[in-house]
Each structure stands twice: as C-alpha cells, then as structure tokens.
Write a protein that binds this ligand. Structure first.
Ligand SMILES: Cc1ncc(COP(=O)(O)OP(=O)(O)O)c(N)n1
Ligand SMILES: Cc1nc(C(=O)O)sc1CCOP(=O)(O)O
Ligand SMILES: [Mg+2]
Length: 229
C-alpha cells in the first residue's frame, strides 16, 4: 500500500466484516470463507482464538489459505492481535484491542497497513485516533456468544454517543449483530457490521453474508426502508 487507507475506502470495507477462526466454524473454515466471500463480504479478520484454537504450523497454514481467498476476492485480510503473524504473512492489516499492544506501537511496526482498534468509550476512541487507527471496532452492541471476555453490552447508544462527540473515523459495530439488528446499528452511526456467528453458524453462509451486506447498504442509503424487506 502506498499510503494510509482513505476513510471512504475504509468505510466500504467495513460494510460486511467477517471475523473468523476455526473455532467458530460449523463447516470447514476455508469453505465458510469462500461462501462468505461469494455473498459479498467486504473484509475478513483472522481471529484464531479460544480453547481449541489451532497453533503453530496448522494455524499458519489456515491463515495462508484464508489470506489467498481474500486476495483472489480483492478484499483486505486482517489479523487479530498477532502483529508478528501479520508481518510474516504480509497481511493487509491488524486489529487490536485495549488489552493488546498499544496502538501507537503497532502503527510504528505495521507502516501503512490497516490498523483497527477496539474502543468502548469516547476516551478510548479519541486515543486510538491519536495513535493512528484507521477504524474503530465498537461493541459489544448486543449480547454475544462468541467472546467469553466481552465487555458489558453497550447497545447502539454508544455509537450515537461517539458520533455526537465528533468522532468521525470509520466505525464498525460488533457483538451479537444479526440481520434484524443491522439497520439500528447503521442508523446509530456505524459504517458496517462485524460478525462471527451470524455468518459462521448459518446454514446458508452465502445467503447470510449477502443478506447482511444488502441490509447495510440499504440502511446507509435509505434509513427506514430495510424494515420493509
Ligand atoms: C472489528 C473488531 N472489533 C472488536 C474486536 C475485539 O477485539 P479485542 O477487544 O482485542 O478482543 P479479541 O477479539 O482479541 O478477543 C475485534 N476482534 N474485531
Ligand atoms: C470478537 C468480538 N469482539 C467484541 C467486542 O465487543 O469487542 S464482540 C465479539 C464477538 C462477535 O461475535 P458475534 O457476532 O457472534 O456476536
Ligand atoms: Mg485483541
């Protein structure tokens, strides 16, 4: 990448952001990602975390497989937490939280790659922006089954509050987001939705991703209309 990603391009990548690891998938992870990409997923985060998470060579092989799929689909491949892994893979970016390495230090290591930072408060959001974040992950908006150590549920109100406080960096909402909740999340101020279970646990993965993406786009263009779908 020749320079930092432009906010308007970042916003488009955030529309239907799939966060995925082998632990979350009912089907084979590469199949899940293939189907999700076919359904119009706009960015993927590799998050290999949890009790039965892969490590070592199998983890690396899976990461490479998913990265290749993203490459062919022309969408960014982001690594959760592990800056070393992101650099080794030459990934498009990294997502870090408040308990991970500090954002300014990660920015210095990854150059112009995409940097996503989790923020739960306006103060955390402001600090992340100062430290070079390209987007904020804000949640959990609703109760989630996919993260054991999630913070307290914030509701869409946190998105309104951040926008009202003048935070204009691209934001993705995360945590318990289902198709029925998309419009509320977008209307509250998010540029898109980051999901695990709504896609990885779906019987029809492609249709699930497609439905979420369509609803995000419709909610951005015509707030209020998507309820009629
Ligand atoms: C898009 C997005 N938003 C938030 C998170 C959560 O990051 P973090 O708080 O570091 O928790 P872990 O995912 O590392 O358990 C995320 N991964 N992605
Ligand atoms: C990875 C993650 N981070 C969260 C946060 O609040 O920061 S919630 C979450 C899990 C999202 O999974 P699902 O879509 O299945 O609820
Ligand atoms: Mg983290």
């Amino acid at each position: 990448m020749s320079g930092r990603i432009l906010p308007e391009i970042m916003r488009r990548h955030l529309q239907m952001y799939l966060v995925v690891g082998s632990v979350n998938c009912l089907a084979e992870p590469s199949r899940v990602v293939q189907e999700a990409l076919a359904g119009g997923t706009t960015m993927i985060q590799f998050r290999e975390k949890g009790r039965s998470a892969l490590t070592g060579v199998p983890m690396l092989e899976l990461a490479r497989q998913l990265q290749d799929l993203c490459h062919y689909a022309g969408i960014p491949f982001i690594v959760n937490d592990d800056v070393e892994l992101a650099l080794e893979l030459n990934a498009d970016g990294v997502h870090i939280g408040q308990d991970d390495e500090s954002a300014d230090s990660v920015r210095a290591r990854i150059g112009n790659r995409i940097l996503g930072v989790s923020a739960h408060t306006i103060e955390e959001a402001r600090r992340a922006i100062l430290h070079g974040a390209d987007y904020l992950g804000v949640g959990p908006i609703y109760p989630t089954i996919s993260k054991d150590d999630a913070h307290a549920v914030q509701g869409p109100a946190i998105l309104y509050e951040m926008r009202k406080a003048g935070i204009d960096l691209p934001i993705v909402g995360i945590g318990g987001i289902t198709i029925d909740r998309v419009e509320e999340v977008v209307v509250a101020g998010a540029d898109g939705v980051a999901v695990i279970s709504a896609v990885t646990q779906a019987e029809q993965i492609r249709a699930a991703a497609e439905g979420l993406k369509k609803k995000v786009v419709l909610s951005i263009k015509h707030p209020g209309m998507s309820q009629k779908l």
